[in-house]
Design a binder for this molecule. Structure first.
Ligand SMILES: [Zn+2]
Length: 307
């Protein structure tokens, strides 16, 4: 289930619980004679009022009686030590009353829940700025220009657009590839896109799990990786090579995501990448129509771009 659907479910459950709680309180209150009588009276009067409305009859007299019955009921409540609010469900979101919908759109409370769920799934995204624009480039000293250029590129081509299907960030450990990829992904997530962050070792385990799973269980294992709007595969090349698993499923994933955004970070050189994963994957990743290659190397950023 996507985090958005999970979030919708949570809000729906919240609403049901609030309503249930009010119903439970009401049942308890109905054990009191005064309250019960007032409620019964109100019920009858409400029914009569609706009937009169349907037949377009005068309701002024009945309205007076309703006001009187409400007063009696409220007095009964007061005697029991409750305020009238106790009869109304206490919804957590005052905007949508926990329906999850505001003005025909997803309410902000659902969005808040979705982001909370995403952070639970990808706690590593908590440690980066919320936007590529918020990165403090000065801390990267001499590399700041290169870093800034790369951040701007990711903003344009990964966060904002769907033009390229994959961006490969090459570079040694510590140049900030993962940091940039995470920040770009978090920005996508906060803008409402369905995202996934996965380390290559974990992804490889998922491939193995998929390989070994019974047919009916296969689909869900890679569903998110295949279908999310934006995926980061971190540190490709550190995973152990599993025969008949790593390469074929990686290739499948790349094909599956041909029209979706993916960032791959790697410490490997282009040559190592080709040697390790073979021509098929390599040429797909290097396909200038679909991919961009960014090399973050020391002070020198080389962008090898298709457009
Ligand atoms: Zn709401």
């Amino acid at each position: 289930m996507s985090s958005l659907n999970e979030a919708k479910k949570i809000v729906e459950l919240r609403r049901n619980l609030a309503i249930q709680k009010t119903q439970d309180i009401r049942s308890k209150l109905l054990e009191n004679e005064d309250f019960k009588n007032a409620e019964n009276k109100l019920g009858g009067l409400d029914f009569e009022r609706s009937r009169r409305e349907v037949y377009k009859l005068d309701t002024s007299e009945i309205d007076k009686q309703i006001s009187q019955a409400i007063l009696e009921r409220d007095n009964a409540l007061k005697k029991l030590g409750y305020s009238v609010d106790i009869l109304q469900p206490e919804f957590a979101c005052k905007i949508c009353e926990d329906t999850g919908i505001n003005n025909y759109k997803v309410c902000s409370c659902v969005e808040k829940e979705r982001i909370k769920l995403e952070f639970e799934k990808y706690p590593e995204l908590k440690s980066v700025p919320k936007s590529l624009d918020d990165i403090d480039f000065t801390i990267y000293d001499q590399q700041s220009k290169m870093f800034e250029k790369c951040a701007k590129y990711l903003k344009r081509n990964f966060v904002s657009e769907d033009r390229l299907s994959s961006i490969i960030l090459f570079g040694a450990t510590g140049v900030g590839k993962t940091y940039l990829a995470k920040t770009a992904l978090l920005e996508c997530m906060l803008s409402g896109q369905d995202v996934m962050f996965v380390n290559a070792i974990r992804l490889n385990k998922m491939f193995l799990e998929y390989h070994l799973a019974a047919l009916e269980n296969k689909k869900q294992i890679l569903q998110k990786a295949n279908s999310c709007d934006a995926l980061v595969i971190d540190d490709l090349g550190v995973e152990p090579m599993l025969n008949n698993v790593t390469i074929p499923y990686l290739y499948e994933l790349i094909i599956e995501r041909a029209s979706k955004k993916t960032i791959i970070t790697t410490n490997l050189s282009q040559r190592d990448l080709e040697n390790r994963y073979g021509q098929r994957i390599f040429s797909r990743l290097m396909d200038k129509e679909r991919s961009a290659v960014i090399k973050l190397q020391g002070k020198d950023l080389r962008l090898s771009l298709s457009k």
